[in-house]
Design a protein around this ligand. Structure first.
Ligand code: ATP
Ligand code: MG
Ligand code: MG
Ligand code: MG
Length: 497
């Protein structure tokens, strides 16, 4: 089956079970202070779960574009390194708003996976919530018993709060969940080590594909749980992971969701994509870079199409950080010395035509925004890379002389600050480059330099505002006197020395 057919089969299946198919919400969240970007299919139904808005229908299904790069669900560091975490991904979902509950949800998950998609039953593992005494939450025996009809007991596994109690964020709807995992290892490996021991162990070939959440609580600010007015079903299946297991691949990037993009990047860079490259191999860095580009273009493009332009703060800065991360891989690893990342937009827009038409409709604008960002970052990137490389060499030499383990060697905080302030390197990019060289960053030193600069600019604002008025915070103005400015301002003290 092609990716397109797989998506359609999901929607058709749930439509036949009485679900209304609804559109994806935008990836950018504008009206919820607890969330920057859509991180799950359920976000757009949060108020329905909380009993604060009526459901449009008791049963709905969709494919939702999601972004997991900030907050409680943040997978950015995995992307490109592992084979199954993306920044932007599609989450296929079906919901019951106070209608059906655990039995139907479980029956239908099993029916879809084994009868429609015909997945090998012996490779499937399921989990249930083992309970949590501290929170006063019971073991989910009902789910365990429902799975027993389909799955042998040694493949029904208990899970703790981290894996089997799903929460949208620090606050909001939540509940026990039951995950479905697929073991795609070759038979000989499966015979040697049971897949049960690898579920939730971050094994690249034993991966979670679907989560059935039984929404029953709302977590409020003080951390306490409160029962929701009704019980609901909220499921989320990773589309790219589903496609990968159905197409018999060992990486999401080897499916028709990503291959056209990867091949385009490979061709333009004059390098080969080796999906099997391992860390330490000569082609590992190229493979990571190609995966990162193929992934990040999705996050950036949909964020822009949904109204979030790259910027220097808040959600806009999250987008700029991801963009600059991609541009560094493109420039340094894949050797694109001219803006290239933006050239991926037309291919992506074409791919999502008929699925998320928002991108196609704005593809020229999206490409233009990305190109401008690239041009701007490319102006300082080379100089910034020189600076960090020099510091890496100095730190390594010093470590060698003093016999310090590389993992304890740190890029200077003042250099990390200079990289961010003068060359536009977001701190996580500096950390990434440090990690690639086996080092870390002196974050305390960085924070200190940042703080010093804040005080300096505050003092500068104050002084330039006049001789006798000091402006502080927001719209309020008050006179605080010279002593206080000087006392607060390390940079001035530093200058006196
Ligand atoms: P994992 O444990 O693999 O990080 P998760 O438990 O965080 O996944 P859920 O919050 O349960 O994921 O989301 C529902 C489904 O969405 C998962 O079963 C998975 O198939 C998919 N999914 C989650 N995160 C990602 C991601 N970063 N990229 C692609 N698919 C994802
Ligand atoms: Mg996760
Ligand atoms: Mg999980
Ligand atoms: Mg999960």
């Amino acid at each position: 089956m092609t990716a397109k057919e797989i998506r359609q089969a999901f929607l058709d299946f749930f439509a036949a079970k009485g679900h209304v198919i609804v559109p994806s919400a935008p990836i950018v969240v504008k009206n919820d202070p607890t969330l920057m970007f859509t991180n799950a299919g359920m976000n757009q139904f949060k108020d329905v779960f909380l009993g604060e808005a009526p459901a449009k229908a008791p049963r709905v299904a969709d494919t939702q574009r999601c972004l997991r790069v900030s907050g409680k669900h943040n997978d950015l560091e995995e992307v490109g390194i592992d084979t199954y975490h993306h920044t932007m991904f599609e989450m296929l979902g079906n919901w019951s708003f106070g209608d059906y509950f655990k039995k139907e949800a479980i029956d239908w998950s099993w029916e879809l996976l084994t009868e429609v998609y015909k997945l090998d039953k012996t490779r499937l593992y399921v989990t249930y919530f083992e309970g949590d005494e501290k929170e006063g939450l019971e073991k989910d025996t009902e789910t365990y018993n429902l799975w027993k009809q389909y799955v042998p007991e040694d493949r029904i596994l208990p899970g703790n709060k981290k894996d089997n109690f799903w929460e949208m964020g620090e606050t909001g709807p939540c509940g026990p969940c039951s995950e479905i995992h697929f073991d795609s290892r070759p038979d000989n490996e499966r015979a040697e080590v049971s897949g049960a021991s690898l579920v939730n162990a971050d094994h690249d070939q034993v991966i979670e594909i679907w989560n059935n959440v039984f929404m029953q609580f709302n977590r409020i600010k003080d951390g306490s749980l409160h029962p929701l007015p009704n019980k609901h079903v909220d499921t989320g299946m990773g589309f790219e992971r589903l496609v990968r297991v159905l197409q018999g691949k060992s990486s999401n990037y080897d499916t028709d969701v990503f291959q056209p993009m990867i091949q385009f990047i490979a061709e333009k860079s004059g390098k080969k994509y080796n999906s099997a490259a391992k860390p330490g191999d000569t082609d590992w860095a190229d493979a990571v870079a190609m995966r990162v580009l193929a992934d990040h273009i999705r996050a950036i493009s949909f964020a822009i199409a949904d109204g979030q332009l790259p910027a220097s703060n808040k959600a806009g800065y999250v987008i700029r950080r991801i963009l600059r991360r991609a541009v560094r891989y493109s420039y340094q690893t894949l050797d694109f010395k001219e803006p290239f990342f933006n050239e991926l937009v037309p291919l992506l827009a074409e791919q999502f035509k008929g699925v998320f038409d928002e991108l196609y409709a704005q593809k020229d604008f999206v490409q233009k925004v990305i190109k401008e960002e690239e041009v701007a970052f490319l102006r300082t990137l080379e100089k910034g890379l020189n600076l960090i490389n020099q510091n890496i060499a100095i730190v390594k030499d010093k470590g060698l002389m003093e016999n310090v383990e590389p993992s304890s060697q740190r890029i200077l905080g003042s250099v990390a600050f200079d990289l961010s302030d003068t060359y536009g390197f977001p701190i996580d990019l500096t950390e990434l480059i440090a990690r690639e060289n086996g080092l870390t960053v002196d974050m305390e030193g960085f924070e200190q330099a940042l703080q010093t600069q804040k005080l300096r600019s505050r003092a500068a604002t104050a002084v330039s505002a006049g001789d006798w008025v000091v402006l502080r915070g927001g719209d309020n103005t008050e006179f605080v006197g010279y002593d206080e400015i000087y006392a607060e301002c390390d940079i001035l003290k530093y200058r006196k020395v």
